[in-house]
Design a binder for this molecule. Structure first.
Ligand code: PLP
Length: 396
């Protein structure tokens, strides 16, 4: 008899499609590939933040921080949350520092969801939420967002809730669609959460990237969701330090107590010197966030125009740094074939749309472009994409 040496829970995991596309561009275009698949900047992090990290290491802040986060960093998180969200949070009982928002989401789920409980997820969705549910033995219930405005049907939302529902994942501004959930949408979700006594995991990693004057509303400040929301956030996107792996969770004290237990045994804590640098980052002046937003809006507009000029039909993102785009007009059989051809033939890596859906058919005519790149990188990508319609061929 062959004994299965690996745990059953690992079997449904597939290689991350985003990392697969990153590998493919490295293989096919080792010197001149442009990776618009993975969402990380190709420009530097703010000098003040980098200096603070170096200073902290030199000052020998090199041993374990308190497991739920260095006090100075938690205080800075509380102060920034008061300024930007108008929320008073207690750094002693409501904040946990984690290894990125990635750990923040899975630690929150493990701390609050029992095996078999259901978790409502809007789709298309950020690919980690599926495996997070598997790790927590939770059952995802998907609610479709409809292009081009990525709205949801209130009846479909209501039908996704039942006595088995324990939590809802909200990611606003959203990866991959760029949707920003409106206050009235959040209130609708709040009414259902109150009725079924659910918590919200609010992934706010793109909170500062909003365009066209759109306002980001945190679920934590919306009627019905106050007191039942775990905000999940981090340094990765706002400060262009995706490799630092520093995130945080803001949640009511009872949830935080459970989250801290899970976090302690998962990772003990996030890098101590980088938490010191995080304190400096969170205290950057308001002008930093305005400039960040303006820079990304310029990249978005450049990319939207370039995509339209190249025959794509992009869905305009209102936030975050991705563009979902329709590719039906290119006549490829599916998104995966198209993304592979684009990567291999034009040297521009993108993510096939199907990887953001529970049913791949829904993403068959979509791909996602990431635009956290220097303008010259984006211009180079656009120059290549102009050839899509004329030269891209179906591989045999
Ligand atoms: C919606 C969303 N949440 C979380 C993350 C990862 O955040 P972190 O680097 O803090 O783990 C990403 C990264 O792409 C993301 O798009």
């Amino acid at each position: 008899m062959t004994v299965q040496r690996v745990a059953a829970r690992t079997i449904p995991f597939t290689e991350s499609v985003i990392r697969e596309m990153t590998r493919l561009i490295g293989e096919t275009h080792p010197h001149d590939g442009i990776n618009l698949a993975q969402g990380f900047p190709d420009f530097p992090a703010p000098s003040a933040v980098k200096e603070a990290a170096c200073d902290a290491i030199r000052a020998d802040i090199n041993q374990y921080a308190i497991t739920w986060g260095a006090k100075s960093f938690r205080d800075a998180i509380a102060a920034k949350t008061a300024t930007f969200l108008g929320l008073d949070v207690d750094p002693e009982t409501e904040i946990t520092v984690t290894c990125g928002a990635t750990e923040g989401m899975v630690a929150s789920m493990l701390a609050t969801v029992n095996p078999g409980d259901e978790v409502v997820i809007f789709e298309p969705f950020y690919e980690n939420y599926g495996p997070d549910c598997i790790l927590a033995d939770a059952v995802p219930r998907f609610v479709p967002l409809q292009a081009p405005a990525w709205t949801f049907d209130p009846d479909q939302l209501a039908a996704a809730f039942s006595d088995r529902t324990r939590a809802v994942v909200i990611n606003s501004p959203n990866n991959p669609t760029g949707k920003i959930f409106t206050r009235s949408e959040l209130e609708m979700i709040g009414r259902l959460c109150e009725r079924y006594d659910c918590v919200v995991f609010s992934d706010e990693i793109y909170e500062h990237l909003t365009y066209d004057g759109e306002e980001f509303v945190s679920p934590a400040v919306v009627d019905g969701l106050r007191g039942r929301t775990a905000i999940i956030n981090g340094l990765s996107k706002t400060y262009s330090v995706t490799g630092w792996r520093v995130g945080y969770i803001i949640a009511p004290p009872d949830l935080t107590t459970a989250i801290r237990k899970v976090h302690d045994f998962l990772t003990v804590g996030a890098a101590a010197p980088l938490q010191e640098a995080g304190t400096v980052a969170l205290n950057l002046p308001a002008s930093y966030f305005d400039q960040l937003r303006r820079g990304y809006e310029e990249r978005r507009d450049l990319m939207l125009q370039g995509l339209r000029d190249s025959g794509f039909v992009p869905f305009v993102p209102r936030g975050a740094y991705y563009i979902m785009s329709d590719i039906a007009s290119f006549g490829f059989p599916d998104d995966v074939t198209f993304a592979h051809a684009l990567t291999a033939q034009l040297g521009v890596a993108v993510v096939p749309g199907s990887s953001f859906y529970s049913d791949p058919v829904r993403g068959r005519t979509q791909v996602r472009f990431a635009f956290p790149k220097r303008l010259e990188t984006l211009r180079d990508a656009i120059a290549r994409l102009h050839a899509t319609g004329a030269t891209l061929i179906l591989p045999n």
